[in-house]
Design a protein around this ligand. Structure first.
Ligand code: SAH
Ligand code: SF4
Ligand code: F3S
Length: 462
């Protein structure tokens, strides 16, 4: 044991990884290690990685090199955690070129990090510890599952909004995506464990939870929870909606194929569930959607969006889009722009297709040159930016409900929070005492691409 050892952690990738980093932190703290924000002095340096695109991996490699270079002369223990850890090429590269990395741990094995890191610290002879799940061979729940044991510690720090993982893995195998390979088969957590975790968070003062899964609409559809206790996602939302003291429920990510009309009705009827729908469309052309293995057509997607706008007044809709999928023609791309214009998204995360080794799309014919992919991205970003701005400006003059998360870091006396529709708001004025965790009503006077701004009219709840 090293009672005074310190650790530093850096996180790449999605909310799932952020949540995992919280668990890693809590586990190490429980072992008596001390968190530090200074990588120059830490005894253990953990990098929690993302494998979704080549650029994500490149960032990790360059950051590792940088961190290592800044520590020439002493020997902190480097830990590579997260999705990249599940790729055999990662382990190979570490063995060949990065001898300073001493622990590699996949997402399903993060609870082993404290033990392995401490072992590595006291090793006389350097060696590499790997804690990864077996590679995935089928679509069923098998030995490649990456479920964390229940009962791992949570950081008991005050906060307003917390992530809650409700399921692990993914069974969709969208043809471009590495996630089902690195995160394993879909496994839902027991609803009782989730309800208990959210109740604890509310006890600690949290006001909002964001439920996490690669495809939350398929929650409970796998057989990991025994039948009589199993709930589907709508059922889970209804249970969580009953928790006193909780103001808001969010969820990421939805799959349009599994987002039923009943789901929309459930969102509409549960007052805590926010009117924000993140529905990755990925592409607009039916041919490309089919090649992506998404399981819906452009018109089915637009029908769903239409139903949401009709049933949930004031709803915001955001999306993910990939440009330059293999074989995507200019006409196919125009279909994507058409969806963007028709759906009138509040915002979009846009990506250039990145071939991932082992996925079906990486082997497809018709890979596009980088320059063409960039041109399409540029155009898409411009079209979407105009729509986002229009939609935000339409809110000028209205009052929005904001959950305050923190004092605004750049404007003294102002607060920062989000609307139920997930738009960032700078709320001006109000009391001198802290409004963090309060619900306030804000009159929108200014609207930009990334935020709304205006004076606080009223404190709705403290
Ligand atoms: N499970 C979620 C998120 C997956 S990763 C979902 O299904 O929406 C987040 C986004 O990254 C995806 O929605 C997709 O738009 C993008 N993405 C995934 N693989 C990619 C690849 N190989 N190249 C480019 N973008 C990719
Ligand atoms: Fe990847 Fe598709 Fe699963 Fe999302 S639903 S994680 S895009 S395979
Ligand atoms: Fe990346 Fe893994 Fe999330 S690959 S997007 S960190 S699930």
């Amino acid at each position: 044991m090293h009672p005074r050892a310190s650790f530093y952690i850096e996180t790449f990738g999605c909310q799932m990884n952020e949540r995992d980093s919280e668990t890693i932190t809590a586990l190490l703290e429980k072992q008596g290690l001390e968190p530090t924000s200074d990588p120059k002095t830490a005894d253990i340096i953990i990098v929690n990685t993302c494998a979704v695109r080549e650029s994500a991996e490149a960032k990790v490699w360059s950051r590792l090199g940088q961190l290592h270079a800044s520590r020439q002369g002493d020997e902190p223990v480097f830990v590579l955690a997260g999705c990249m850890a599940q790729l055999p090429e990662t382990v190979e590269r570490i063995r060949k070129k990065l001898p300073y990395v001493k622990v590699v741990s996949g997402p399903g094995n993060i609870h082993k990090i404290p033990e392995l890191a401490l072992k590595a610290m006291s090793d006389a002879k350097p060696r590499l510890y790997t804690a990864v799940s077996p590679p995935r061979t089928g679509v069923s729940r098998d030995e490649s599952s990456q479920i964390l044991p229940e009962g791992l510690p949570r950081m008991n720090v005050p906060g307003v909004s917390a992530f809650v993982t409700i399921m692990y893995g993914c069974d969709n195998f969208c043809s471009y995506c590495i996630v089902p390979f690195v995160r394993g088969p879909q496994v839902s957590r027991h609803p009782g464990d989730i309800v208990r975790e959210v109740e604890d968070l509310v006890q600690w003062g949290y006001k909002e939870v964001a439920l996490l899964g690669q495809n939350v609409n398929a929650y409970g559809l796998d057989s990991s929870v025994p039948e009589p206790e199993r709930l589907d996602f709508a059922g889970l939302l209804r249970e969580l909606n009953k928790i006193d003291g909780l103001y808001r429920i969010r969820y990421f990510t939805s799959h349009p194929r599994d987002f039923t009309r009943e789901m929309v009705d459930t969102v509409a009827s549960c007052e805590k569930v926010c009117e924000h729908f993140h529905l990755p469309v990925q592409a607009g052309s039916d041919r490309i959607l089919k090649a992506m293995n998404r399981g819906y057509t452009k018109s089915q997607y637009l029908d769903l969006i239409g139903y949401i706008y009709e049933k949930v007044p004031g709803a915001s809709i955001t999306t993910d889009i990939i440009v330059g999928f293999p074989g995507e023609t200019e006409e196919d791309f125009e279909e994507t722009l058409d969806v963007v214009r028709k759906a009138r998204f509040d915002g979009a995360f846009t990506f250039i297709f990145s071939p991932r080794k082992g996925t079906a799309a990486a082997k497809m014919k018709g890979q596009l040159p980088r320059s063409e992919k960039s041109r399409r991205l540029q155009r898409l970003v411009e079209v979407q930016a105009g729509i986002t701005l229009e939609k935000n400006r339409a809110l000028i003059g209205s009052e929005v409900e904001v959950l305050v998360e923190e004092p605004d870091p750049s404007e003294p006396g102002a607060w920062k929070g989000r609307t139920r529709t997930n738009k960032v708001v700078v709320a001006e004025g109000g009391q001198e005492s802290s409004l963090v965790g309060s619900l306030v009503s804000v009159e929108v006077r200014e609207a930009g691409q990334w935020h709304l701004k205006g004076p606080i009219k009223q404190v709705l709840a403290r």
